[in-house]
Design a protein around this ligand. Structure first.
Ligand SMILES: [Fe+2]
Length: 308
């Protein structure tokens, strides 16, 4: 059994006298480190082999797996992503999987499996303690996704600082692994103009909207973003954990937070909430055209839904 070390995030005090509330973000010492050489190899292979990228995307035609909108869209997040999950990985035909194995795919999938096996239930237990209610049973189906990010300097807007626009994750929690390059920033919940830089070698757990709502606001969901440094490549690996899709998103404990009538009335389910949020984040990432409401900040729209 791997040991899990959870410590408060050490924030640079010169930026703000305030530190993030307990449970807002924690650093962990993971039992496994991401295979960043394999991750770099996989991105390089898919970018230089359009046929391989097309074959991989054809296994999940609804959204694709390798996303490269940043090659042509200057306004979207300037990053490339590879989106996997246990379900998507199982859909990749054996021949394609073995052809991608030497280019990093197997190392990546086994890394994420280790993280799930070693850490997810422990983190759900820790969040349950903060929430004051056991949220683990709401995660029975393992609604988990894996994302690799390549903040590559070679995009449509090479000088843009926007690696990933500010947002709050939708699920219960996310684990962000980084390759040593800084760029991840957390917004101070008490001082929204202050962004705390997270050290590039830290592995961090952040809660999302579902964790916030289920815990009645006791688990803080922190807004974050990634700033690029021109000319610098940065890689990250992220594991997203969300409640089962049919779970009703409603506080499970007494709460002082004024949630919307829809939330308190049990009208919001995880699967529907994910669809609403997904539309916005695909727009920000350049993978979806949205005609109405362009420019609406993702969190503002979700905030109206959650708080009324
Ligand atoms: Fe995020």
């Amino acid at each position: 059994m791997a040991t899990l070390s959870i410590q408060p995030v050490p924030l640079p005090t010169q930026q703000s006298p305030q530190s993030l509330p307990e449970g807002a973000a924690v650093l962990i010492t993971p039992s496994v480190q991401p295979p960043f050489t394999a991750i770099r190899t996989l991105f390089d292979h898919l970018r230089s082999n359009p046929a391989a990228a097309a074959s991989l995307n054809a296994t999940y035609p609804k959204r694709g797996i390798f996303k490269s909108a940043a090659l042509t869209n200057k306004l979207s997040d300037q990053k490339f992503t590879i989106d996997l999950s246990p379900t998507r990985t199982s859909l990749i035909p054996a021949t394609l999987r073995s052809s991608l194995a030497p280019h990093g795919l197997e190392e990546v999938t086994s890394f994420f499996k280790s993280v799930v096996d070693n850490h997810v239930s422990d983190i759900l237990s820790s969040l349950s303690q903060i929430a004051g209610v056991d949220i683990s049973p709401l995660h029975a189906t393992k609604n988990i996704n894996f994302r690799l990010c390549d903040y590559n300097p070679s995009t449509a807007a090479p000088l843009s600082e926007n690696g990933c626009g500010e947002h709050t994750d939708y699920g219960t929690f996310s684990i962000i692994f980084q390759d040593g390059q800084a760029g991840l920033e957390l917004q101070d919940p008490l001082c929204p103009t202050t962004w705390h830089e997270i050290p590039g070698d830290a592995t961090i757990i952040l809660a999302g909207w579902c964790g916030y709502i289920l815990s009645g606001g006791r688990v803080c969901a922190v807004r974050h973003r990634v700033r690029r440094m021109p000319g610098v490549r940065r890689l990250s690996a992220v594991l997203f954990v969300a409640p089962d899709l049919e779970v009703t998103l409603k506080p499970l404990v007494e709460s002082d937070v004024r949630f919307s009538k829809e939330v308190m009335g049990g009208k919001v389910r995880v699967g529907w909430f994910k669809d609403v949020m997904g539309k916005r984040w695909r727009w920000r990432e350049g993978n979806l055209e949205v005609e109405e409401g362009e420019g609406v900040v993702q969190d503002e729209e979700v905030g109206r839904l959650v708080f009324g």
